[in-house]
Design a binder for this molecule. Structure first.
Ligand SMILES: NC(=O)c1ccc[n+]([C@@H]2O[C@H](COP(=O)([O-])OP(=O)(O)OC[C@H]3O[C@@H](n4cnc5c(N)ncnc54)[C@H](OP(=O)(O)O)[C@@H]3O)[C@@H](O)[C@H]2O)c1
Length: 305
């Protein structure tokens, strides 16, 4: 991490963004454009499983900052597709981080609350022991470890229960089902913290700004952080609030069920709330309570920009 480039301010420099069409990536794309020239790369342009191509592409772009919002996020499909999951979530981030190191770029990577097994009863910190339950969580953990070992200046940002007005996510599924049915059955024995992807993107930008002091990289601020909303709920609690706030409350009933009532290929942690104390302590950033994040997301849905 001796680089003059990673040590210089990212403003007006080349920024390479992977996963540009995902929930988080699409918001990052617009926000990062305020900080430099963004090369936003989607799946159609580059398949991250082609590791040789990936490395050549990065070195050819010579970025000052690489942001990886791409991932194999289909948690259940991953159980029977371990090879591709591992390639996208572990091998590709390793190649990105090593290329970042080689061109002296800062690397920002995202990970998940599913690195934990859910046996805790209080929020997980960055120091809490990890023990993923499924293929997706294990692949994301392997990605984290590869990035940390690469020698690149990096941020690894673990987030949780992401949703937005774009793409396939729990919020959009609930709103679609509420329009079709008058009763929804939702799991009430998995607790976590729903987090609006746009808030994670905004926090990422604030972190990037806070990483540079007088144009120099604060290496002591690099590393692993939890970035999620405040508070906690279950999928049922989240669904109920979505239905109420979206105005379906009179017509649609949301019934609590157990994980055993709704078996899925992947095991999920029963509790995966993330402590964000480190984020607040180091960067002074605190995301809003999850209900406030949801209100904001729904308000932005009503008035699309
Ligand atoms: N979603 C959540 O609830 C959640 C929770 C915790 C952490 N996270 C983490 O947060 C980050 C962002 O998640 P997200 O919800 O924004 O993800 P997302 O909406 O699923 O977007 C991921 C993007 O990665 C792309 N991608 C997948 N395989 C690829 C490949 N082989 N080559 C190139 N691109 C590929 C996808 O493109 P295609 O759609 O075309 O394949 C998609 O645009 C990820 O690191 C994820 O692990 C997510």
């Amino acid at each position: 991490m001796n680089s003059s480039k990673a040590g210089s301010h990212i403003h007006s420099r080349n920024i390479l963004l992977f996963g540009a069409n995902g929930q988080l990536g699409s918001k990052l794309k617009s926000l990062l454009a305020t900080r430099g020239t963004v090369r936003a790369v989607g799946h159609a342009e580059l398949d991250l499983r082609d590791l040789t191509m990936l490395r050549a592409f990065i070195l050819g772009t010579n970025p000052a900052l690489i942001v990886n919002a791409a991932a194999y996020t289909a948690v259940d499909a991953a159980e029977s597709d371990a090879e591709n999951t591992q390639l996208v979530n572990a091998q590709a981030p390793r190649v990105m981080a090593e290329a970042a190191r080689d061109c002296n770029a800062l690397f920002v990577h995202y990970s998940t609350d599913y690195v934990f097994d859910g046996t805790a009863h209080t929020p997980y910190t960055e120091e809490s022991p990890v023990s993923p339950l499924g293929v997706y969580g294990a692949s994301k953990l392997a990605g984290e470890q590869a990035v940390a070992a690469s020698g690149a200046a990096h941020l690894i940002l673990r987030t949780a229960w992401l949703y937005s007005n774009r793409g396939k996510n729990f919020l959009n599924t609930m709103l679609r089902l509420a329009a079709e049915r008058d009763e929804l059955r939702v799991v009430n024995d998995q607790a976590g913290c729903p987090t609006y992807a746009d808030l994670v993107a905004a926090a990422s930008l604030q972190m990037l700004d806070g990483l540079y002091v007088n144009g120099q990289l604060r290496a002591d601020r690099c590393g692993l952080y939890h970035v999620a909303s405040q508070g906690e709920t279950t999928w049922w609690g989240f669904a109920r609030r979505i239905i109420e706030l979206a105005g379906f409350g009179e017509r649609v009933r949301v019934l609590p069920i157990t994980t055993a009532d709704y078996p899925t290929p992947a095991k999920r942690p029963a509790y995966s709330v993330l402590s964000t104390d480190k984020l607040e302590r180091v960067f002074g950033i605190r995301l809003p309570h999850w209900e406030d994040g949801l209100k904001r997301c729904l308000a932005e849905r009503a008035t699309p920009k």
